[in-house]
Design a protein around this ligand. Sequence first.
Ligand code: UD1
Ligand code: CA
Length: 453
Amino acid sequence: MSPRPCLFVVLAAGKGTRMKSALPKVLHKIAGQSLLAHVLQTASQMGGDVAVVVAPGSDAVKAETSRIVPRAQIFEQPAQRGTADAVLAARPALAARSECDVIVLFADTPLIRTEVLGALRAALDAGAGIAVLGFRAQNPTGYGRLLVDDHGELTAIREEKDASEAERKIDLCNSGVMAFRVPNVSELLSRIGSDNAKGEFYLTDAIAVGRDHGIRATVVACDADDVLGINTQEQLAEAEAVWQRRARSELMRNGVTMIAPETVWLSFDTQIAAEVTVEPNVFFGSGVLVESGARILAFSHIEGASIGRGVRVGPFARLRPGARLAADVHIGNFVEVKNVTIGEGAKANHLSYLGDGSVGAGANIGAGTIFCNYDGFNKARTEVGDGAFIGSNSSLVAPVKIGNGAYVGSGSVITKDVAPGALALGRNAQEERPGWAEKFRIMMTRRKAAEKK
Ligand code: UD1
Ligand code: CA
């Protein structure tokens, strides 16, 4: 770890027109979290200060910045005049931290990892004044090319539009991520001009300008995946795929079993313990914690839920926010659980809606049970006691409490609390008429015969 403090300058002022979306580009999500948040989180894991550069008036981008890094400084870049101009918008932050390494990150490049940033800082520790993250592109079109001399020193970065035929053949590309250890970053960047194809102030020109002042620049190589820049919806989906692949691999390395990992979707904050099995086609939305020994069976959709040790969920289960399953609970097919705490060993194995309430330990919720939690205006709670037994096809009309160990007869509509240990029947008593069927058939046969005449 580098001993020097560091300042991350995150550029997020671009318009992102190619996304064809009203949402600012950096607020689009991968793994359920904004591109900006991914970058900010990586930066704060590195333990540096953070400055974010945004377009004027971008309140949503500012709010997202403060949500993730409350102490981040936010600067507006008055007009989009290029990446060097963008970094200079954070001039006050740069001036206040003259002793810091400065690392420039793009908010639309969310897959950057701390290991890679560590390697970049190591290049500064080894004596470089500027270190640039570069990668070999299969298709370098659109990227700045890294011009390296015979000694491996970086001499300049050429933007595609300004590159010669020969320079365009170079496949070593600029990721955009750049680290500086120079006496005065602002001063260096203010020497950059805009005499180029786009008439912009290019941050990439810092290499050539620095060289004129005896500042040595170097390239640190990384995987193309680490610096995938997102400009289009297709690239957004590509980045999502890379993120998912990485996250699944990490879980499997930590002891999670996945039968078909490529079909399991994870969120940025999904936590799954070792010894958990996840069957194919499972979706994890945000806020899910799965404890050891649980089994998530195929085609389950889970968000905002905590799943205890040894629990079995699915196949085809839906757990929504506030589903809290204690150890050894069973939630079976076509069961939806929302905002319900379920006690140890309780079971709801088939076709139920459990919304807003609690189910005690060891309770059994029969097939087709519904917690009627909503009257069109308000939500109310259903509380089922420990060891209670809810017969199939029952409606529990909230607010209502079923006492410990009580039974509810199948097909009941329960509108009043049931005492512990009682049997509640909320349905018509069964009536039986001996011999009725035979009489009925005879009567109907005669009637039909009479009609034909
Ligand atoms: C930039 C690099 C290019 C590199 C590529 C990698 C420059 C001049 N070019 O090109 O060498 O290969 O990234 O993806 O740096 N931004 C602002 N204000 C501005 C302009 C840009 O904040 O005035 C931000 C954007 O929001 C974005 C980042 O800077 O996060 C990069 O800008 P973009 O226009 O996408 O640069 P590229 O043309 O892709
Ligand atoms: Ca870009």
